[in-house]
Design a protein around this ligand. Structure first.
Ligand code: ZN
Length: 149
């Protein structure tokens, strides 16, 4: 298991160093800010939704490696997905982080499975889910700041 854990850690560090889709959108239809007071992570997520499909998605912000890598990998995973698919994926991702038993649909997570180790650090769960909570607010067109509290 330790090789796998090391690989997962490398993927997270890589996304932290070189976050994907780290930019603002010119065509955003929804935008929300998220804040995790426990760790100090801040993220802004923008989406361009067209006919219920996420055509484009980007984020900006600052925070710990977990929060940044999670936002980066979320944007990679969700481009081209419908809003419904995105919400379903968040549910699976959340159960990966919080439940003793890995989710049945774990294979649907793809690369997001690298966050499985977060399960052992409950305080980090909020870092890993911050971008997702913020995305939900952006999809809902809510303007207020999403908080993990
Ligand atoms: Zn954090």
């Amino acid at each position: 298991m330790s090789d796998l854990r090391e690989l997962y850690q490398q993927v997270i560090l890589d996304h932290n160093r070189k976050p994907r889709n780290f930019r603002t959108l010119t065509s955003a239809t929804g935008r929300a800010e998220g804040y995790n007071p426990l760790c100090g992570d801040r993220v802004t997520v923008e989406v361009a939704l067209e006919d219920g499909v996420i055509r484009d998605i980007g984020f900006q912000g600052s925070g710990c490696a977990i929060s940044k890598a999670s936002a980066s990998m979320m944007t990679e995973s969700l481009k081209g997905k419908t809003r419904k698919e995105a919400e379903a994926l968040f549910r699976i991702f959340h159960s990966l982080l919080t439940e003793e038993r890995p989710p049945l649909a774990e294979k649907d997570l793809g690369k997001l499975v690298v966050f499985s180790g977060v399960r052992e650090f409950p305080v980090r769960v909020k870092c890993a889910t911050l971008a997702w909570h913020t995305l939900k607010a952006a999809l809902d067109g809510r303007q207020e700041t999403a908080s993990t509290e």
